[in-house]
Design a protein around this ligand. Structure first.
Ligand code: ADP
Length: 466
């Protein structure tokens, strides 16, 4: 059960929405941070290069004005300034041999000798790595009037520290942000789909019990397509409900109006048969009329009974009744029908069970259940009727080893006029069980069914003991 629910989750719209929202959110946030990182990196490189070039221009102007002595004096004068003393400075002759070098202490790890092998070029940046290739020395060169080369550079350490900090901060911010995105996404999806869930809830309630047609899906008042859908759906429910009520009341009215003519028809057939004046084919026809009018009368009575019970008009003649007696009477009533189908009816009753009930109605309930049990059990089958006490309740079980009821039919067999797919070949109107349910409920009891297709069915009635 749990596994099935878990397997269903990835197929739900809520999950799919959350999933795609989270993916898009995560990609957008990652891209944003990536762009921010690249922008920061480019800005820092540009700043470092600008600083180096400014220093290079400054030293070049020293050299131009006062030659080598002024250049050295200029470098010595700026040693106290941390802004200026951080630069590497090299003066090389035309053959690129080092003539003068100013090396800040943090640059010891670089292979400065390599510069003699790297021909300087105006506008070109030389990059010297340290031993670990983590930090680079970025050097720019300027040609002096006498053909000498002046080189100024600074390392990437400061830039690297800032970028490492930024990366650390990003991981620190990005993970909670991802979590927030996923949680926010699932919350939003859950909220947005709540009207759909209400809709599903109402539809499944209606599919199980037509009485739920009176229910309405709560209006989300969101002013969007979902509100429109729910309004339309509620309107449709109302229409179906009205239609069903009209259908029921028309059926009740027809049943009511037909009862008297059918009774008259039956009386006339009985009288004609009793007079003995009709013989041969005429007599046969009258006998058939009598039989059919009895069936019609039974149907009309069932419709009227249900309608009376539903509208609360049914009158129960309650008195102390023995359950055992009712069961035996019903068994006797159906003994002949069961024998014809070669079905055995086994009765197992507890004799001391008494109810305060309408014995005719309880008999009617039992008769309906036994009638169904025989009807839906193939030849040579078995029917059991059992009664027993369960605390302050009497339990009646009518069981058979017949065709059974499919799981999809079980919630609907109690509906008026509902007939299972497999029972279409049998006679019936789909009224018996609705009557059973309503009569038992009027007696403050309840009825349940357990059934497996192909194995049989068992109907359980629970009634309060007297
Ligand atoms: P009807 O018997 O006239 O069809 P009911 O209201 O008595 O109507 O029963 C409704 C439906 O429940 C039946 O059509 C049948 O599909 C199913 N049913 C009732 N009792 C049994 C049973 N004992 N075995 C199998 N199916 C049953």
């Amino acid at each position: 059960m749990l596994l099935r629910t878990l397997r269903k989750i990835p197929k739900t719209i809520g999950f799919k929405l959350t999933f795609w929202y989270s993916i898009i959110f995560i990609i957008s946030v990652s891209l944003l941070f990536l762009f921010a990182y690249l922008y920061l990196q480019t800005t820092l490189i540009r700043k470092d290069h600008d600083e180096t070039l400014t220093r290079l221009r400054e030293l070049k102007s020293f050299y131009r004005s006062g030659g080598f002595p002024l250049l050295v004096r200029g470098i010595a004068a700026s040693k106290k300034s941390p802004e200026k003393s951080k630069f590497f400075i090299r003066l090389a002759d035309r053959m690129n041999h080092t003539m003068y070098i100013y090396l800040p202490y943090q640059w010891v790890g670089f292979n400065i000798q390599r510069l003699e092998l790297e021909p300087p070029e105006r506008g070109k940046w030389i990059r010297l790595p340290d031993q670990h290739k983590h930090i680079f020395l970025e050097i720019s060169s300027a040609k002096l009037r006498n053909g000498y080369w002046l080189q100024v550079g600074q390392d990437t350490r400061g830039r690297r520290q800032i970028l490492t900090k930024f990366r650390g901060l990003t991981t620190f911010i990005i993970l909670p942000l991802f979590l927030l995105g996923v949680l926010g996404g699932s919350f939003l999806a859950h909220r947005a789909l709540s009207p759909i869930r209400q809709l599903i809830h109402t539809v499944s309630a209606v599919s199980q019990d037509m009485e739920a047609l009176e229910k309405q899906v709560p209006n989300p008042h969101s002013g969007d397509e979902l509100e429109e859908l729910i309004t339309l759906f509620n309107r449709m429910l109302q229409k179906i409900d009205t239609l069903i009520k009209v259908m029921r009341s028309s059926l009740d009215n027809v049943a009511h109006d037909l009862r008297t003519p059918v009774t008259r028809l039956r009386c006339m057939a009985e009288l004609a048969l009793q007079s003995g004046e009709v013989k041969g084919e005429g007599q046969k026809a009258l006998e058939e009329c009598l039989e059919e009018s009895l069936v019609m009368q039974k149907l009309l009575n069932a419709i009227m009974d249900i309608s009376e019970a539903e509208t609360g008009v049914m009158h129960l003649e309650t008195h102390l009744v023995s359950l055992d007696k009712i069961v035996r009477e019903v068994k006797e009533l159906y003994a002949f029908v069961a024998e014809e189908k070669d079905i055995s009816i086994d009765v197992e009753t507890q004799p001391d069970l008494f109810l305060r009930a309408d014995s005719t109605r309880i008999g009617q309930v039992m008769a309906n259940l036994v009638d169904n049990a025989i009807k839906f059990t193939p030849k040579g089958g078995r029917v059991w009727i059992k009664t027993y006490r369960d605390r302050d309740q009497a339990v009646i079980v009518v069981q058979d080893n017949g065709i059974g009821i499919s799981a999809k039919d079980i919630p609907r067999i109690w509906d008026r006029l509902y007939r299972g797919d497999q029972s279409r070949s049998q006679k019936g109107l789909g009224l018996g069980l609705s009557l059973v349910k309503i009569i038992i409920e009027l007696h403050k009891g309840r009825v349940e069914v357990r059934s497996n297709p192909g194995e049989g069915s068992a109907f359980f009635i629970y009634l309060p003991l007297a």
